[in-house]
Design a protein around this ligand. Structure first.
Ligand SMILES: Cc1ncc(COP(=O)(O)O)c(C=O)c1O
Length: 392
């Protein structure tokens, strides 16, 4: 065994002893309300990002297959060399229109989209102001940027943000960055007040709406739409890996000039292959399905409400939110992992426990996520199972 292997084995052994080591559930069937593990066990999935039941929707799959047949398996190039295909352009136009901007640019993930947007916008004349609960991809993108300074403000504390904005007036640019729906809590950013603050202090507002697009607002157009500020956000980033087909891929949506600049400068686009065309085709079909079947969004919220109310009735205290994320705090990482194992092995329900370093120590949680594809009976089965394992 090399010294490196010994170090790795020791680190993993320490995690096993602490009960914090994560294991992967290997699926042998498509994800959906139900799936099957490689060992044959059938499970109800209550922790997937497939909010609208699109990941295995026949129209979404067929569009991907057609794209694969028409354009082949790979782009074999970054966008500016020879990797831009008609479906990229079509998807980007549709995405921009949907979220309320004039242009968009796709990437292979929203992780990359955040890296692209933040590193291009946060130049050496910029102070970045970031909510403390922002997604890890935002945190890392800010670290990667050449921003002149960074302020992390307490979660959704707009008085603190305003003070920080006042303190950054000497900088040529202020960039305020927030999740639209906070991924670990499920709560919404205070977008109307953020829009107003950013206008008042001449700041750029970037919203990562990965858990909001397809989920929030009557037609699923996102958190800005739900809160009455659709079309008023400077830059929106989002994923194709959740409500919009659930494959992979992300996007930045903004004005034409900002997107044009991003296509020139963003390193995740300049030095990494384009989004696979099959994914662009599936995501576009998902968007079109969402437009023609807005009832999926209504159903998603009925399911989320039933999940929350059911857990409350069972004596649990899910974090309150208007999104499709329903977290139940359980304390230590090892507790969350143990509970999710019991949920899987005894109750046939897949709800992964999240602990450190994904969330702060002591706030480990079961993060349940609703899907429009759930029947009421499925929701009730999940509630019964969680009520069985979670502490009151
Ligand atoms: C808020 C937020 N931003 C970005 C991402 C990353 O998205 P992707 O899987 O497309 O890289 C996630 C996914 O976990 C997310 O929750």
């Amino acid at each position: 065994m090399s010294a490196l292997d010994e170090d790795a084995a020791a680190a993993l052994a320490a995690m096993s002893v602490a009960g914090t080591r994560k294991t992967f559930n290997v699926l042998a069937a498509p994800t959906g309300v139900r799936t099957r593990l490689a060992d044959g066990r059938e499970l109800i999935v209550a922790c997937s990002n497939d909010y609208l039941g699109m990941a295995n929707d026949p129209a979404v799959v067929a569009a991907g297959v057609a794209g694969l047949r028409q354009y082949g398996a790979g782009t074999a190039s970054v966008r500016f060399i020879c990797g831009t295909f008609v479906p990229h352009v079509d998807l980007e136009r549709d995405l921009a229109d949907f979220v309320g901007t004039s242009a968009a640019l796709s990437f292979v993930s929203c992780w990359d989209a955040n890296a692209a947007a933040i590193t291009v916008l946060a130049d050496s004349n910029t102070i970045v102001l970031s909510d403390e609960l922002n997604h890890a991809s935002i945190v890392d993108a800010i670290r990667l940027s050449r921003a002149a300074g960074k302020v992390v403000y307490p979660h959704s504390d707009l008085a603190a943000l305003e003070k920080a904005l006042q303190g950054s007036l000497a900088a040529a640019r202020r960039l305020v960055v927030t999740d639209g729906v906070f991924s670990m809590e499920g709560d919404l950013a205070r977008l109307p007040e953020l829009v107003e603050l950013c206008r008042r202090y001449d700041a750029v507002l970037l919203v990562d709406d990965s858990h909001g697009v397809g989920v929030m607002g009557a037609e699923g157009r996102g958190t800005a739409s739900a809160l009455g500020v659709h079309g008023e956000i400077d830059v929106i980033t989002g994923t194709l890996g959740k409500a919009l087909g659930g494959a992979a891929g992300g996007f930045v949506a903004a004005s034409e000039s900002v997107i044009a600049l991003m296509s020139q400068l963003a390193r995740p686009g300049l030095f990494s292959n384009a989004l696979p065309v099959t994914v662009a085709c599936s995501a576009r079909a998902a968007l079109s399905l969402l437009r023609s079947e807005p009832g999926r969004v209504t159903r998603l919220h009925e399911v989320a409400d039933r999940l929350r109310t059911g857990l409350q009735t069972a004596g649990l205290r899910p974090l309150p939110s208007a999104s499709a994320i329903v977290p139940v705090i359980v304390g230590e990482t090892a507790t969350a992992i143990r509970m999710s194992q019991t949920l899987r092995d005894v109750h046939g329900v897949l709800v992964t426990g999240f602990g450190h370093p994904v969330v702060p120590e002591g706030t480990a949680r079961l993060r349940l996520q609703a899907s429009s594809a759930f029947a009421d009976d499925d929701v009730d089965a999940v509630v019964r199972a969680v009520a069985n394992v979670a502490p009151r």
